[in-house]
Design a protein around this ligand. Structure first.
Ligand SMILES: [Zn+2]
Length: 610
């Protein structure tokens, strides 16, 4: 007994049996009833929704010798011949493989003669968009004045590729994806006929995977039925569809992006054992990568994806795990390679080759990637870096050394008061430690500040004082505001020893010149000025202040000594994170004992972050 796949076995033989497409079916029925069938019609829609099925039913109805209303009888000689695929007057052409002008010439020759045994000659051209321009032109003349005894029926998955001149001569029928409810009912009926019991949850999974295509769903059912026997559970389906499920595809994509070639290969092997459809898998994999790329662009573009919520969430998560550049790179390589795999005589080898190339490409990280990663990691490590920097700065910046001008100390002294809104009592270190609301990057509070400086603040004019207060209060918010736009800049601001506002100037004080090295670039100052203008609505002049004496602490004789350089570099926020990223692989930066001490030093005055 030969096995007939479900898609063929359950192919509708009359309009009544068609799944979904109610609107198109009604129109076709009416045309038949009122004898107004166009001599050229085109059916469009995604694969497996019934385009050629409807064309065949139309062919049967037109040639039926015993038609009752619009429905073909399925019993007469003509109907029987068409059902058996042996009608001499029904010509079915696959546009993908017969796309040249020669085929169309032969066709035109054929239709010059009257039908042999039936009323009409019916020409069905599937994938008509594949025809060459010459073939279309040759066809056009016939379509302009089709002989009375000929009907043309075209089917296409890509309507936009069919020339307008052809379209304008056809009656168009656009077939929709079949809704899940109707698919479920149809698949249930098929299962009943096959005497297979299918759990509702299992049916739901198949419907989801079918994506609105009757044929796709039926070939999945075929796989499931041959694996499970007489009972199908959701667990079975997950196991079998593991080979084509979104999760399996997502896992392979993740393995490729993470550079785990062995993992990707092992998963591919498992899928092969289940006998997956290679073309479908390739399509699924590319579709998934597209979802990752689109998610990486931003939330606004997610509407381009026709994904259920849980898959969208998974795609977002997947996209968030890797730099957009890497995803695009791998996507690009897979597209090139898998295109070949689809036509390869050994698609598995081609697939494996594609995986190898994709992983190799992902390993060669482009510079833009590193920068992107740097920015993200900066955002993560900034609190720690800031804490370390502050630890270190206390000595040079402290009032004891007289580096900080009185005005700065005044800002520092007033800070706790501003934050607490309490009286002018001297801020104890313990209090500042307790300021959970005051984030890192805030001006550090030297233990020695107090009433005296705070009192000096009162001498200032009101407006000056309010601006100063605003800067003080909202500095952390400002840093966050900058972080949203330029993460590295925020990190650099965060390690500032303190900030103050004086004479329309925003003075940002650094304990170490290296820390503001990047910021002092003219372009960056300009950018920062704009950020400040946008945020504070004040046109500040921005000035960076660094202590001259700081370097001498390290090497009094030579400001450019390697030791100083190294220490300075090691303190740079960018370098700190770079070291993190590369696990110390940056050869010319060595984290010396000095830095270690500074970085790992205890939090003695409560300015450090938790
Ligand atoms: Zn018939």
């Amino acid at each position: 007994m030969s096995y007939l796949v479900l898609a063929r076995k359950s192919r509708p033989r009359s309009f009544d049996e068609v799944v979904g497409q109610q609107a198109v079916v009604r129109t076709l029925r009416n045309a038949l009833t009122h004898d107004r069938v166009a001599h050229a019609m085109i059916f469009s829609g995604v694969r497996g929704v019934g385009k050629t099925t409807l064309a065949r039913i139309m062919a049967k109805a037109l040639n039926c010798e015993d038609r009752q209303g619009p429905e073909p009888c399925n019993r007469c000689r003509s109907c029987a011949e068409i059902n058996a695929g042996g009608s001499i007057d029904l010509v079915e052409i696959d546009g993908a493989s017969n796309r040249g002008i020669q085929e169309i010439r032969e066709l035109k020759e054929n239709i010059r003669f009257l039908p042999t045994a039936s009323r009409y000659k019916i020409i069905i051209i599937d994938e008509v968009h594949m025809l060459t321009t010459e073939a279309f032109n040759a066809l056009l003349k016939t379509l302009e004045e089709p002989p009375d005894h000929v009907y043309f029926m075209f089917a296409t998955t890509e309507l936009h590729k069919v020339p307008v001149t052809i379209l304008s001569r056809c009656q168009r029928y656009e077939l929709k994806r079949v809704p899940g409810r109707e698919l479920a009912a149809h698949f249930q009926a098929v299962a009943d006929l096959e005497k297979v019991a299918v759990e509702p949850a299992a049916l739901g999974l198949i419907v989801r995977e079918a994506g609105g295509s009757v044929r796709d769903g039926l070939s999945l059912l075929d796989q499931v039925f041959s694996y499970c026997g007489s009972t199908v559970t959701a667990r079975d389906v997950t196991e079998i569809l593991g080979l084509v499920s979104h999760q399996a595809v997502a896992e392979i994509a993740e393995a490729l992006l993470a550079g785990k070639l062995d993992d990707a290969m092992a998963r591919l092997d498992t899928l092969y054992e289940y006998g997956m459809d290679v073309k479908r898998f390739i399509n699924d994999l590319l579709t998934w990568f597209r979802s990752l790329v689109v998610c990486g662009i931003g939330p606004g573009s997610e509407k381009l994806l026709d994904l259920p919520d849980e898959l969208l969430a998974a795609a977002r998560e997947g996209a968030g795990r890797h730099p957009a550049q890497t995803i695009m790179l791998v996507f690009n390589i897979l597209m090139e390679q898998l295109d070949k795999a689809s036509f390869s005589s050994n698609p598995r080898f081609a697939l494996e080759m594609a995986f190898i190339k994709a992983v190799q490409a992902a390993e060669v990280v482009p510079v833009t990637d590193i920068l992107g990663r740097l920015d993200r990691i900066i955002a993560e490590v900034a609190p720690a870096a800031a804490g370390e920097a502050e630890e270190e700065e206390h000595e040079p910046v402290g009032p004891r050394q007289g580096v900080v001008p009185p005005a700065a100390r005044e800002v520092q002294g007033a800070e706790p008061e501003a934050s607490y809104g309490s009286g002018r009592s001297a801020p104890a270190p313990a209090e500042s430690t307790g300021q959970a609301a005051v984030q890192n990057g805030d001006a550090p509070l030297p233990p020695s500040s107090g009433e005296q400086e705070a009192a000096e603040g009162a001498v200032q004019t009101r407006s000056d004082e309010s601006v100063r207060r605003s800067v003080r209060r909202h500095w952390n918010e400002f840093v966050e505001y900058v972080r949203d736009r330029k993460p590295w800049m925020a990190s650099a601001l965060q390690v500032a020893a303190n900030i103050r506002h004086e004479d329309e100037e925003l003075v940002i004080h650094y304990g170490d010149p290296v820390q503001c090295r990047l910021l002092k670039n003219r372009e960056n100052i300009k950018l920062l000025t704009e950020f400040a203008l946008d945020f504070f609505q004040e046109n500040f002049r921005i000035r960076f202040e660094v202590p001259d004496s700081n370097a001498c602490e390290i090497d009094p004789d030579n400001g450019n000594s390697p030791l100083q350089e190294r220490q300075a570099l090691a303190n740079d926020a960018l370098v700190l994170t770079a070291v993190d990223i590369f696990n110390g692989e940056v050869g010319d930066i060595r984290v010396g004992p000095r830095f270690r001490k500074a970085a790992g030093g205890g939090q003695d005055d409560g300015d450090g972050e938790p």
